[in-house]
Every structure is written in C-alpha cells, then in structure tokens.
Ligand binder design. Sequence first.
Ligand code: SF4
Length: 380
Amino acid sequence: MEEVLNRFLEITADPYNSIAQYKEKTGQKVIGCFPMWIPEEIIHAAKALPVVMWRSNEPVTLGHVHLPPYNCAISRSIVDDALKGKLDFMDGMIFFRECLISEEVPFILEKNIKLSYIDFLYFPPLYLDDVGRDFMLGELEIFKKGIEKLTGKDISDAALLESIEIYNENRSLLRELYEVRKKTPGILKGRDILNIVWSGMLMPKEEHNSLLRDLLEEIRNSKVTQQVDERRKVILTGCLCQTPQVEILDLIENLGMTIIDDDLFTGSRYFISDLEVNGNPLKSMVDRYFKRPPICPTKADFETHLGDYLADMAKKVEADGVIYFLTKMCPPQLTYYPDVKRRLAKRGVPEILIEIEHELISLEGTRTRLEAFKETIGGV
Ligand code: SF4
C-alpha cells in the first residue's frame, strides 16, 4: 500500500513542480481554478488540465504589499505565489465569487502581473429560484466560450458528458475509500486521506482514478477486517478553500483520536455529490451547485443547517465529537460557527474550534485545546 500512497504524495509534496513537469511532458494547457466550486469538467472537456489553486506552505512576503494580514490564507498565498512568479506555468486562471475577499484577488493580479488569461465566475450566493439558475447558466455559457477561445477547442455536449463521467467516477471512488475508512478506522492516516483527495485536485482525473482503483484493490487484498478501535472517533469539518496542515491531523491522531469522516473542502465536500446529467450538461452543473450536501457557508442557505447536518453525520458514524477547522479570517465560516456550535450542543455532540492559520508557527496552543477536547470526550 505504501507504494501507491507515495504516488499520491509525489503530487502534493511539490505541486508547482509536478504540474509544471506534467505540462512539459504533455503540452496540455494548465488552468488554475480558485476554490471551491468551479465546474472543472468544462476545462477538462477542452483537453486542458484544471488544477484547484492551493495554499503554499511558504510565508507570505510580497503578497503583503497588496493584501492585509487579516485576509484569509488562500487569498494572500495565491497573490504572493503569483507575484513571485511561482504560478507562471499556468495558462489561465479562473476566479470565483466565494466571498468579498475572493472578489479582490483577480483584480489585484490583473494589475500586478502579466496574465495570459483570466476569468471571473459569479454564481449566486443564495439558493434562489429560477432567476438565480438562469443567471448562473448564462455565466457558465460565457465561461465555456472563454475556455474554447483559450484552448482553441470547441466543447461539444458529448465531450462534456465524457468528462462528467470521468469526474463522477472519481467522486464515487473517493466515496468508496471513505466507506472503507468508516468500516476500518485508522486503516489510513488523516494525512494520507488528505493527500489522496488533494492530489486529485492537481492531477488528471483519469490518472487519479487509476491510482484510486489500485489503492482500493490493495486494501481489499490486504484483508484488513473491521478493527476494534478503542480510540475516540471524531469528524473534521470546515477549512474552506484550503488544506489543513498535516501536522494538526497527526496531532489529533497522536492524542488518541481517530478521524472517522470529514466535511472538509479538501475532503468529502469535494466529492460528496455527483453531477447528475439531466438533459443539458450546463444546466446539470447548475443543479449540482445548488445540491446539498455539502452545506457551504459561502452559499446562504435558509433551509438546511450545517450544525444539524454535522450532528446527523456524527450519529451515523457514531462519532464522539466534531472538530471545526476555522480558516482564520474567513468571514463566511466564522459567521456560521455560532449556529453550528449551538445546534451541536443542543444535540449533545461535543465540539471544538481550531483555527487554521497560514503559517504554522507553533502547535502548542492547538495541542492544549485538543488535549482538553480529548478529555471531554473521554476514551483511552
Ligand atoms: S470563503 Fe473564506 S477561505 Fe475562501 S476566499 Fe473567502 S474568506 Fe477566503
């Protein structure tokens, strides 16, 4: 199993290098997609490689000239990376209205670096009726035309359907892997699962599917059966738009907890729902955007509640608690937190908030909070 896991890790260990190398080898265009909801299938159908833009591990330096330290990590990191020329291998960047902070990023880049192609997708932040859907469909049509122009390839419905099938297979394989983790807690470490999901955002889905099939096969052959895991089970949620630091996942496990499921962006949120094709593929993309789960703080939702969803999720997998990874300086996520806390408390599900910063200076504060949480939920 080690060997397959290392192949996922090779991609995430140095995404800049692995993607640039891939581009050199294949000559394919690489298009960066701002997290979290850009329909990558449109780019894939034009035979380009969509990559979800990521938070670098490097301290932000040049980026501070344009964005204050009280902006979220992903926005500062992308601006910083772009100014340092680290994203020069990208043939285009697509931005997305996630929140007010995300809206600033493309304009800062446009003014300060030479970009061959940039687009901005505006999807409605509200679950509305047909007006919102029509507007979004219009945005997708413009986006598709832009990608056709950039790549010089017409995107037919047949090509879109083929890409959707490949993406749905990826989602289904990842869900299968998560089911394995639920049945055999601890079979894969939190950091392994993170690398597996994250690598899929950075490499061709066909290759990722093949790696996932190999991994699942190896797990089946290893004959690991349902284990008696004495450790307390926890669910992770949040960390919008970015990856949490693997050191924090290690810490959770080293303190005697096991991660049984998650609702992270670099986790189940990315693949929980399929894109179900019902006639027009673009319309189906609109439907997927409005689908729940996942319940996302960047989409105002008056009907469903993240806290209730997490409580149900905890009940289903018999989790002992929820760890809420708050992306520091993320207004949508912070706004949701009080309601999540209140609803989880009402349902008797212990919860703790852990802030995820851009630069991990010390783990000591996080360790103290997690130790206290572990004492609350008990266990060995
Ligand atoms: S949703 Fe949060 S993490 Fe994402 S861009 Fe907005 S503030 Fe940053």
